[in-house]
Design a protein around this ligand. Structure first.
Ligand code: PMP
Length: 448
């Protein structure tokens, strides 16, 4: 049996209950999932519960989890400190549509981590955070266009779904990417308000800015493009963008929905020592509760006080404010970062060693708690490199080979990355590496 057939057969054998449950879900919910990314072939396993570093499916299989809710669970699952704090809040009210002091506590905890952040507004997701940050950026600059990076993901609103994952045949010139609208239902005209530039190419960005002087009012960047593995910025790219934004009068937005509080306490802004004007957040700031935020310099955020719309019934509700404040003050402590960063490096080093021992072509890209194995020796510095060098089908073999051993190495898909949580321990890294060691000979054969 070839490798894929073998892995698929094993997966099906282990997950018959999931197949049946997923079939029932498909009758009620489009594609059987609550977010379309979550549907994959042959069918996703169906979760029963989660605790600590583990997920459990309806067949009773246990998964050592490095997916961690698409990176939203740096605290791990059901962290006792967060559960207790939020549990207390349940009895004191979960929604006040009036001001309350927990809002200030959660905002202060974020401001302590991002020195450029004078004011913060809470939202309910990363999508809302980037949508509002873009609006604030446009309002402040008085210009209608936003510049985004090809292949970067900023959520699901219309302005974000341009050239997020353009098919190979449609991408256009590498220095002047086509603007590809990803979804039906998004007016083609939306693309007239967005320009698209390649990552890690300052000259290309500058040339696009020159062509759209006084049109582009905001530039949004994932400082590490975690929509495509772990694509890191090179050669002062992020600082170079800072300088271009100053020169052209553009509001500089870091989308730290995935990097925020993960790569350092103060996210990518701290890691790369670059000061954006606005930062967008969600995921790991909330300890698995649905929350987002955006914050930044006083004069930029003040457009909200001057009438730029940011509203929402559930914004900053006390339940999630309590979760955010607890995660930031009590769980993601200095010691927690030391622990997670050490485990992240152990995992990366272990992969490198196993690949070298078995002659597997590949390497790890990692920044503290986030990392990814890339089965290529070629550089991946932008979206085009990703399309060119990542063998998505080969990666699928690796992923199912791990899953069948009860290790979920990262969210489904080669474009994702692992998250080390505060509830992972050395023994979990050992278990993860042992599973990789077990499949390494077959992966090496398959690659040969
Ligand atoms: N920005 C980035 C960088 C993201 O990774 C994501 C989600 N993966 C979003 C925005 C959207 O966040 P949400 O799914 O909470 O809407």
């Amino acid at each position: 049996m070839d490798l894929w057939d073998d892995y698929e057969a094993t997966y099906r054998e282990r997950t018959a209950g999931s197949e049946a449950a997923f079939g029932r879900l498909q009758e009620d919910v489009p594609a059987g999932v609550a977010s379309t990314y979550r549907a994959w072939d042959p069918y996703p396993f169906v979760v029963d519960r989660a605790e600590g570093a583990y997920l459990y499916d309806v067949d009773g299989n246990e998964y050592l989890d490095f997916d961690m809710n698409n990176g939203a669970a740096m605290v791990g699952h059901a962290h006792p400190t967060v559960t207790e704090a939020v549990g207390d809040q349940l009895h004191d009210g979960t929604l006040f549509t009036h001001p309350h002091e927990l809002l200030g506590e959660a905002a202060s905890a974020l401001k302590e981590r991002w020195s450029m952040m004078d004011k913060v507004r809470f939202t309910n997701s990363g999508t809302e955070s980037t949508m509002h940050a873009m609006r604030v950026g446009r309002a402040y600059s008085g210009r209608d266009k936003v510049l985004k990076i090809e292949g970067a993901y900023h959520g699901v609103h219309d302005y974000a779904l341009i050239s997020k994952a353009a098919p190979k045949g449609q991408v256009g010139h590498p220095e002047r990417p086509n603007k590809v609208v990803e979804s039906d239902g998004i007016p083609a005209k939306t693309a007239e308000t967005v320009e698209v530039a390649p990552f890690n190419d300052l000259d290309a960005v500058e040339s696009i800015l020159e062509d759209h002087v006084n049109e582009i009012g905001a530039l949004i960047v994932e400082p590490i493009v975690l929509a495509k593995g772990v694509t890191q910025p090179y050669d002062d790219f992020l600082q170079g963008l800072r300088e271009l934004c100053d020169e052209y009068g553009i509001v500089y937005i870091f989308d730290e929905v995935k990097t925020g509080v993960k790569v350092t306490p103060g996210g990518a802004a701290e890691y790369y020592d670059v000061e954006p004007d606005l930062v967008t957040l969600a995921k790991s700031i909330g300890g698995n509760f649905p929350v987002g935020a955006f914050g930044g310099r006083e004069e930029v955020m003040s457009v909200i006080e001057d009438g730029t719309a940011h509203y929402g019934t559930y914004n900053g509700n006390p339940l999630v404010a309590r979760a955010v404040e607890t995660v930031l003050n009590d769980v993601l402590t200095e010691e927690a970062y030391d622990h997670v960063n050490r485990l992240g490096q152990r995992l990366a080093d272990g992969y490198e060693e196993i690949m070298a021992d078995h002659g597997i072509e590949g390497r790890v890209e990692n920044v503290n708690s986030v990392g990814m194995v890339l089965f290529t020796d070629e550089p991946v510095e932008d979206y085009r490199d990703y399309l060119e060098h990542i063998d998505v089908e080969f990666h699928e073999n690796y992923w199912f080979g791990m899953l069948n051993q009860g290790v979920l190495p990262h969210p489904h898909d080669a474009s994702q990355q692992w998250t080390i949580s505060v509830q992972h321990e050395d023994e979990h890294i050992d278990e993860h590496l042992e599973a990789f060691e077990n499949i390494a000979p077959r992966l090496a054969d398959e690659q040969a």
